[in-house]
Design a protein. Structure first.
Length: 206
């Protein structure tokens, strides 16, 4: 097995498509936008202008087993007065405990070598929402990453601990509730609030 620090556009594109192998039997999985993900990995996305970014994967006989990206967001660290590193866009095949541990250790060492005193996994505003840590069989919602249950042990075995949890509540969407939302949107529009569809390439536009 060998860990590779990725540098080329071909590598970034292969990384972006790796989830297809992880989630091929999962009917709930929605693939990420490959253009957006490759832009993040390469540093071409606007948010990359104030970050150091290094994607990694571990492979065995040219077969990718797991991927992760180390990120040092300089703006985040200046704001919070920290030297925090982040591990993002993690994906891994099942039954790859040793490979995942080696990959995460390598990524953490890269963060340490670049001055970080700690690493946070799978949460950074503007980059990634938190992982699922419970109710793995439930249909995923928008405010967390949907991931396999075995990721939990991978991350714990690498030395990470749960920093905080997030609880999501659900409500049945009735016609009355829909009308309430419609009126709220109308009031917002009349007050000059601009509503537009979610487009990763335009997030920083006014």
């Amino acid at each position: 097995m060998q860990v590779k620090a990725l540098q080329t556009q071909d590598d970034f594109q292969r990384y972006a498509s790796f989830g297809n192998a992880v989630y091929q039997d999962n009917p709930y999985w929605v693939p990420p936008d490959p253009h957006h993900l490759t832009s993040l990995l390469s540093g071409a996305a606007p948010i990359g202008s104030h970050a150091r970014i290094q994607p990694f994967w571990i492979e065995d006989d040219h077969r990718v087993l797991a991927v992760v990206t180390a990120v040092i967001d300089e703006m985040f660290n200046r704001h919070w007065h920290e030297q925090m590193g982040h591990l993002l866009s993690f994906e891994a095949l099942p039954s790859q405990e040793n490979a995942v541990k080696t990959l995460l250790q390598t990524a953490c060492q890269w963060l340490h070598d670049h001055g970080c005193t700690a690493a946070r996994m799978s949460f950074l505003y503007g980059w990634e929402v938190p992982m699922t840590i419970d109710a793995y069989a439930a249909v995923p919602t928008i405010f967390h990453r949907y991931n396999p249950a075995y990721y939990h042990s991978y991350i714990k075995d690498a030395g990470f601990t749960t920093e905080s949890g997030q609880v999501e509540y659900q409500v049945r969407f009735t016609p009355a509730l829909a009308e309430g939302y419609r009126q709220m949107v109308e009031r917002a529009a009349s007050a000059g609030v601009l509503l537009r569809s979610w487009d990763f390439d335009r997030l920083e536009e006014l």
